[in-house]
Design a protein around this ligand. Structure first.
Ligand SMILES: Nc1nc2c(ncn2[C@@H]2O[C@H](COP(=O)(O)OP(=O)(O)OP(=O)(O)O)[C@@H](O)[C@H]2O)c(=O)[nH]1
Length: 187
């Protein structure tokens, strides 16, 4: 009887661990291993509620790889995938551990810069932009110059969970229109 109980406990623990692993996996993007869009939505909702109670400055940056389609078209999807993995790693290591970085979709990433305001968000983003443009990426003897454009905004009192992201996204399009490989801030 005792050994049956012990066996049952072991099996329960095994399935509990598997279940927890499954939950963690569901929040990760399989290609880059970064949190995925769903994980971002969850985290942003939590941060937004926290921000309503304690409005410490919070910035959202949307980061997009420039002319990514050309990389896919010229070198194939697997080189495109590898590029995304390297960019993701570079972005992650350029940011503070407290900043939340996710793959939003395709070649677009989003970063929640916790406790960061308009005066101190530019330095880390500039570091990140430079880090990506200095990746020594070579394919078939071609040196690939990978760059990112960034749109960033800070949450303001009139924001809801959608407006801040939309503003950062608009800033990103301004960065693209202005020639790419740059950061645009929108109030
Ligand atoms: N290899 C690969 N390509 C992807 C993935 N997700 C999206 N893409 C490709 O990313 C490309 C994005 O192209 P566009 O939206 O035109 O953007 P872009 O070429 O980066 O141009 P700009 O953003 O204007 O600088 C599309 O060709 C998609 O097929 C992925 O997981 N892997």
């Amino acid at each position: 009887m005792e050994s049956k109980l012990a066996n049952l406990e072991q099996r329960t623990e095994f399935y509990r661990k598997k279940w927890l692993e499954e939950i963690a996996r569901a929040d990760l993007d399989a290609l880059t291993n970064l949190p995925n869009r769903g994980a971002y939505d969850k985290r942003f909702n939590e941060e937004f509620k926290r921000w309503l109670r304690h409005p410490d400055p919070l910035c959202i940056a949307v980061i997009d790889v420039d002319h990514f389609k050309k990389i896919n078209d010229k070198y194939g999807h697997s080189v495109g995938d590898k590029t995304l993995q390297i960019v993701a790693k570079t972005l992650r290591t350029s940011l503070r551990e407290t900043d939340f970085l996710a793959r939003y979709g395709g070649e677009e990433f989003v970063c929640l810069m916790i406790n960061t305001d308009a005066t101190n968000m530019l330095t880390p983003l500039e570091k990140l932009r430079k880090a990506v443009s200095s990746i020594p990426f070579k394919v078939k003897n071609d040196r690939l110059n990978i760059t990112v454009s960034v749109g960033v905004t800070m949450l303001v009192a009139t924001d809801n969970v959608h407006t801040a992201f939309d503003r950062a996204d608009k800033a990103l399009y301004e960065a693209k229109d202005a020639g790419r490989n740059r950061i645009c801030y929108k109030k």
